[in-house]
Design a protein around this ligand. Sequence first.
Ligand SMILES: Cc1cc2nc3c(=O)[nH]c(=O)nc-3n(C[C@H](O)[C@H](O)[C@H](O)COP(=O)(O)O)c2cc1C
Length: 226
Amino acid sequence: MVHTAADTLPIKEKLRQIPSLEAPLPDLDLSAMPATPHEAFALWLDSALAAGVREPHAMTLSTVDEHGWPDARVLILKNVDARGWHFAIRGESPKARQIENQPRVSLTFYWPALGRQIRLRGEAVALSAQECSEDFLGRPVGSRASAIASTQSEILDNHEALAQRLADAQAFLKAHPTHVEPGWRVYAVTPTVVEFWQGATDRNHKRWRYTASQDSTAWSTARLWP
Ligand SMILES: Cc1cc2nc3c(=O)[nH]c(=O)nc-3n(C[C@H](O)[C@H](O)[C@H](O)COP(=O)(O)O)c2cc1C
């Protein structure tokens, strides 16, 4: 490992020296923002792909547990449609239990190369058993084996057991290639509020918020102070 002068700095100094929102960043023409957050997200995703943003489909799902404590982790976005922003998880995982107890969640995207953040707040709704099955069967065999073998987020104190359970799951899937793990869940987050944030190097950030009407049939928009 190569040590540099920065290694000897106190962490506060190191953090201070890391640049953020470095130019060049795109400007945002707020008058050209589409009527719905779904369309805006599709446009921004295309920009992220064109700009070579790594894993623009990675997002932070924030939930709260039964004691009101927040929890958050990164997930992969699987789809966006009229029902909302979709993700796939295991039904016995802590996050799934938190969602069942409190379906109000938030999703956050951050795309550093563009200085863009997208925030959604809404309710997570489980999709039909058929859609969950289709998602499971569409996953690579390694992901399916892991979903079968792992008791996700529980303490793993037996390393051999992990290798053995994975091997067993691989063998099981070879014999039963159409097996669908019963606990597999796909959720859609139906947003009530979505904010698009365009960072600027001079800190004159532009923020555009969509708020759903009471009956969720229309969107109102507003510019927010930076
Ligand atoms: C880039 C990235 C993508 C991930 N995608 C998923 C995913 O799509 N589904 C999932 O259950 N966990 C995914 N994870 C793992 C979760 O962040 C988390 O560690 C795991 O789901 C356990 O969360 P929980 O203990 O809150 O239930 C991903 C992690 C990273 C860093």
